[in-house]
Design a protein around this ligand. Structure first.
Ligand SMILES: [Zn+2]
Length: 268
C-alpha cells in the first residue's frame, strides 16, 4: 500500500471543507469555554458578550475568523482589544477537524475524536493562560473515555490486550504512575493537574499509544523550555506549564500515533 494516496476525490474535498467550517464554529464555542470555565461561569448563559464592556454580541461579531479580522481585533462597542487567541483557537480547530475527517472518515470514531480534541484544546489554552488544569474538564473526560472503551472498543486502541477497557485502563494507569513519579521527583515542577491529565490521555488512547504521547509531550516541553531559556524569555527558576505540551502531544497521537509507533518500531 502506498504511504500517501495521491488522489483525493472531490467528495472528500467537500467533506474536508465542511469539517473545517464546522471546526471554526466549534473553535468559537471553545473560546467561550476558555473565557468562562476558569472563572466558574456558565458556558451557556449569558449569551456571548464582550469581556470588557459586556455588550451583547450580534451575529456579525460572531463569525469565526472573519469578525476578528474585520474588527482588527477590537471590540466594536468599546474598542478594547480582543485576545489574539480567539483567532488562533478558531483557526486551529478548523484545521484539526479537517485532519480528523481525513483520518477517520464519517464514523463514530470521528465524533469521539471531535469531543476529545475539543477538551484537549480547552485544557491547552487554559493551562497556558492560567496555569490551571480544571477538574471539571478532566473528570468528565475520563468518564467519557472509559465509557467509550467499554462500549466501543475503539480501533485506535489496537488489539492488545483484546478488551478496550483493559487497554484503556492500562494506558491511564501508566500515565498516572509516570506523572505521579515525576511530580514527586520534580517537587512542584509538575502538579496534580498534570498527573490527572496524563491519566486522562492514557484512558483516551490506551497502551502503547500513551507512551508515544507522553514521550512526545516531554520532548516538546523540553525543546520549548530550552528555547525560552536561551532567548531569555524565561528565567531559570520559572516553571513552564506542562499541560499544553501533553495536550498537543495527545492530539498529534490521536491523528498520527500509530504511524509514529510503527516508524519507531521499524527503527529498532
Ligand atoms: Zn467591548
Amino acid at each position: 500500500m502506498p504511504l500517501i494516496t495521491a488522489t483525493i476525490s472531490p467528495v472528500e474535498i467537500v467533506y474536508s471543507v465542511i469539517s473545517a467550517l464546522l471546526g471554526l464554529v466549534v473553535g468559537s464555542f471553545l473560546n467561550v469555554c476558555i473565557d468562562r470555565l476558569p472563572h466558574g461561569e456558565s458556558i451557556l448563559n449569558p449569551p456571548s458578550h464582550c469581556q470588557s464592556c459586556h455588550h451583547r454580541l450580534v451575529m456579525a461579531d460572531l463569525i469565526p475568523l472573519f469578525s476578528y479580522l474585520r474588527l482588527h481585533g477590537h471590540c466594536r462597542y468599546c474598542q478594547s482589544s480582543i485576545p489574539r487567541r480567539i483567532f488562533w483557537v478558531e483557526l486551529a480547530t478548523g484545521i484539526i477537524f479537517a485532519l480528523l475527517y481525513q483520518h477517520y472518515g464519517l464514523s463514530a470514531e470521528l465524533g469521539i475524536m471531535v469531543l476529545y480534541t475539543g477538551m484537549f484544546i480547552i485544557i491547552f489554552v487554559i493551562d497556558l493562560e492560567h496555569g490551571l488544569i480544571l477538574n471539571k474538564i478532566v473528570y468528565p473526560g475520563m468518564m467519557f473515555a472509559l465509557l467509550v472503551a467499554i462500549f466501543l472498543s475503539p480501533l485506535w486502541l489496537g488489539d492488545w490486550p483484546s478488551s478496550g477497557i483493559v487497554n484503556a485502563g492500562i494506558g491511564g494507569g501508566i500515565g498516572f504512575a509516570i506523572f505521579l513519579l515525576l511530580t514527586i521527583i520534580s517537587r512542584g515542577g509538575m502538579g496534580w493537574g498534570d498527573v490527572k491529565l496524563a491519566a486522562f490521555i492514557g484512558f483516551t488512547i490506551g497502551f502503547p499509544l500513551v507512551l508515544v504521547a507522553l514521550i512526545m509531550g516531554a520532548i516538546l516541553g523540553g525543546v520549548v523550555a530550552v528555547i525560552l531559556l536561551v532567548t531569555k524569555k524565561r528565567g531559570r527558576r520559572e516553571t513552564i506549564p506542562f499541560g499544553p505540551f501533553l495536550s498537543l502531544a495527545a492530539m498529534i497521537t490521536l491523528l498520527w500515533g500509530n504511524n509514529i509507533l510503527h516508524w519507531y518500531i521499524g527503527l529498532l
